[in-house]
Design a protein around this ligand. Structure first.
Ligand code: DX5
Ligand code: ZN
Length: 218
């Protein structure tokens, strides 16, 4: 299994201090920062888009922005997110009819490409061809749209299925992940760990990040 990557979700941060919050997380051991882009269509909420990511990248140039695109038209935002400094563009399989073409466009913009599935989408919807073309697969462990929800362990068999099919692929879990659920995620085979409230609300984020990382790596 690939090594652990910890990607704190800034959705749980103080947006008024976003740059400082990202710096704080990197200091505490974060590998990536998970940027939840919501458009009010694919999900009911609106969060942030390319203009904010541009500011974050300017303030924290060495950041790896893991952009989780909860948007209805993922084709539409590739150029803007690339220009803003996005490192990984993860779109929802449910939102596109041509994932392979979209992965090509993302790679053409020199970003890594991720493919996300919501809780009701089976792992079999990710074909071998799509998975092999993508750099990362994201199995949502809550319904996308907001932070602080309860972890859905019924999504874990999908992680296990994808890990069995793609032993070397980065597999991310997102939603309700923290110290009490990381064992199950690691056991199922995920190595890219998103956690929002569990890290940002912790009195000692470094301790949580270290624990998550160690659990995946052992
Ligand atoms: C949910 C987002 C998640 C969310 C995770 O739609 O995609 O990234 O911020 O937050 P927690 O870890 O609090 O569930
Ligand atoms: Zn997310």
């Amino acid at each position: 299994m690939p090594h652990a990557i910890i990607s704190p979700s800034v959705l749980a941060s103080d947006f008024g201090q976003l740059t400082a919050e990202c710096k704080r997380m990197i200091k505490n051991g974060a590998d990536w920062l998970h940027m939840d882009v919501m458009d009010g269509h694919f999900v009911p909420n609106i969060t942030m888009g390319a203009p904010i990511l541009t500011c974050v990248k300017k303030g924290v140039p060495d950041i790896f922005m893991d952009c989780h695109m909860m948007v209805a038209q993922p084709e539409k935002w590739v150029d803007d997110i690339a220009a803003a400094g996005g490192a990984l563009y993860c779109f929802h399989l449910e939102a596109t009819s041509d994932p392979l073409a979209l992965i090509d466009v993302i790679h053409g913009k020199k970003m890594k490409a991720g493919v996300a599935i919501s809780p009701d989408t089976p792992s079999s919807a990710i074909t071998d061809q799509v998975a092999n073309a993508a750099d990362m697969l994201l199995v949502m462990t809550v319904y996308p749209g907001r932070g602080g929800q309860k972890f859905l362990d019924r999504c874990l068999p999908k992680v296990a299925d994808l890990r069995a099919r793609f032993p070397e692929k980065d597999i991310e879990v997102d939603g309700g992940v923290g110290p009490s659920t990381i064992d199950a995620c690691a056991h199922a085979g995920s190595n890219v760990i998103v956690a929002g409230t569990a890290i940002f609300n912790a009195p000692d984020p470094e301790q949580v990040i270290t624990l998550l990382k160690a659990t995946v790596n052992t």
